[in-house]
Design a protein around this ligand. Structure first.
Ligand code: NAP
Ligand code: MG
Length: 499
């Protein structure tokens, strides 16, 4: 036992007011889906949380029809200022219910409460506030005057940031004047369903946002629905590729946010203490289940031993366990499938000759757990240096010159993010300029802001989310737009009009 051991400090789940079973959120109400319901479980304990409805193609049809009606009859007619008021309302309600949302997220996804409380949920509110501000300023997005919405947006999101990915999708779509059908991941539907209750509370016109739960089949039926105008997808490169194929030639506008294998580059003049914290944040935040995770550490050769030693010391202090405990640093892996993938790739790392290390830590018997892991002696050809592991596994490589660091960093089919650690601003700028990555962090990592566009190069996808760039994905230029009804007041007679 450490001499400074923490006492348990679990966050209470008493704040949750969960239903035993959740329907699909279509036309402003929870309705039963036509498929066989499934359970969402807590990955830390494998205990059931709630029964979740399963949407079939019939339900997808209903949801898209509901979004179309809401688009035609209400949402496309509201002024930007009025759409903005709804978004502000949603943002405020997210803040009011922040603790409940954080607890639900940590229960269903098993990210630590520290993260869901201090990162995910505050960013969700920030995203809605930010796009609320844009709703009446679309002329300034940069695609000419009077831009028009696209219509119905089909949005499919993954399980690693369930509520945050929902906000990244829904906030810009609504601000731009589109209506939405969103499918959360099969393993993490809970916060999207609580969010549906928030939409009811906000009196959002019915059908403007529809949330349908289910697995990959439901997602495929949604993105392939003929009455959808826009597809926004975040997930794996394999599924993204399939969606790009199936939507090609249909006229649907498509954005893809896919995988990554980010380089986190540490130069010998870097402030090492900060760099160690940044490396830990880069790969162990959300158990490394982050598309922009700093999963490839590139360390300048002359400081390699020092950095690895300090990193091991720091990792030995990480607390792995109950995600709802406020002191926990590393929670559970989201599913057995994901755990198996992490185990398999780590085993391949050892077989290929990399040296594996984990701190001593006792993992719970039940649930899906993986100890924080570092691989040294990694070369660029190793699978663990090429494949996205999407878990708490860091591959350490070395370089001698900035040119070699750049070459190695870019030696990947992905290009989502990168980090640079150095005392020299000019060196950081020169290197950042040559990195083929959508986001480059300097002396920090995993910083997100709604005003800052995020997205990838190459197999990390295309399109940007966040900032005004994130709005262009939901707009078309043109002057033939339906003139919005200006000065319309938000009241029940408007909001209840569409069924
Ligand atoms: P995934 O299998 O691609 O799933 C993502 C979403 O797509 C889920 O809702 C999934 O449903 C659904 N889906 C599955 N098959 C589909 C199909 N044929 N058509 C339409 N939708 C389908 O990805 P994952 O393994 O769950 O998530 C991890 C991956 O997402 C990683 O590769 C990660 O890098 C990437 N990611 C990228 C970003 C980014 O911003 N670039 C952010 C987060 C994650 P079910 O879950 O119900 O099967
Ligand atoms: Mg779950």
């Amino acid at each position: 036992m450490n001499f400074l051991e923490y006492a348990p400090a679990p966050e209470s789940t008493a704040i949750l007011n969960l239903r035993k079973s959740y329907g699909l959120f279509i036309g402003g109400e929870f309705v039963q889906g036509h498929g066989t319901p499934f359970q969402t479980i807590s990955p830390a304990t494998e205990a059931s949380i709630a029964e979740i409805s399963n949407a079939t193609a019939v339900d997808v049809d209903l949801a898209v029809a509901s979004a179309r009606r809401a688009y035609d009859t209400v949402w496309s007619r509201l002024s930007g200022a009025d759409r903005g008021k709804y978004l502000f309302r949603i943002a405020r309600l997210v803040q009011e219910r922040a603790r409940e949302l954080a607890v639900a997220e940590s229960l269903d996804n098993c990210k630590t409460i520290k993260e869901s409380r201090d990162v995910d949920v505050p960013l969700v509110a920030a995203w809605f506030f930010y796009y609320a501000g844009w709703a009446d300023k679309l002329d300034h997005v940069g695609i000419g005057p009077n831009p028009r919405a696209l219509g119905v947006a089909a949005q499919v999101i993954p399980w690693n940031f369930p509520l945050l990915m929902l906000a990244w999708k829904i906030a810009p779509a609504l601000a731009a004047g589109n209506t939405v059908v969103l499918k959360p991941a099969e393993t993490t539907p809970l916060t999207a369903l609580i969010f549906a209750e928030i939409l009811q509370q906000a009196d959002l016109p019915v059908g403007v946002v529809n949330i349908i739960t289910g697995a990959g089949d439901t997602g495929a039926a949604l993105v392939n629905h003929p009455d959808v105008n826009k597809v926004a997808f975040t997930g794996s490169t394999a599924v993204g590729r399939a969606i790009a194929k199936s939507t090609a030639g249909t006229g649907k506008k498509l954005t893809l946010e896919l995988g990554g294998k980010a380089a986190n580059i540490v130069f010998d003049d870097a402030p090492i203490d900060q760099a160690i914290e940044g490396i830990v944040n880069g790969i162990f935040f959300n158990q490394g289940q982050v598309c922009c995770a700093g999963s490839r550490l590139l360390v300048q050769e002359n400081v390699h031993d020092q950095v690895v030693e300090r990193l091991k010391e720091r990792l030995s202090t990480l607390r792995v366990g109950n995600p709802l405990d406020k002191n926990t640093d590393v929670g559970a892996i989201n599913s057995r499938v994901q755990l198996d993938r992490i185990r398999q790739l780590s085993a391949i790392g050892e077989e290929e000759g990399a040296v594996r290390w984990s701190p001593e830590c006792t993992l719970p018997d039940k649930g899906f757990w993986f100890a924080p892991t570092i691989f040294t002696n990694v070369s660029t050809s190793h699978r663990i240096a090429r494949d996205e592991i999407f878990g708490p596994v860091l591959s350490v490589l070395t370089f001698r010159t900035p040119a070699e660091a750049i070459a190695k960093a870019n030696n990947t089919p992905y290009g989502l993010s990168a980090g640079i650690w150095s005392d020299k601003g000019s060196k950081i700028l020169a290197v950042a300029d040559k990195l083929r990555a959508g986001v480059v962090w300097a002396n920090t990592f995993n910083q997100f802001d709604p005003a800052s566009p995020f997205g990838g190069y190459k197999e990390s996808g295309y399109g940007r989310e966040g900032g005004k760039q994130g709005l262009t994905a939901y707009l078309q230029s043109g002057s033939a737009a339906v003139q919005p009804v200006t000065g319309q007041r938000i009241k029940k007679s408007i909001t209840k009009g569409v069924k």
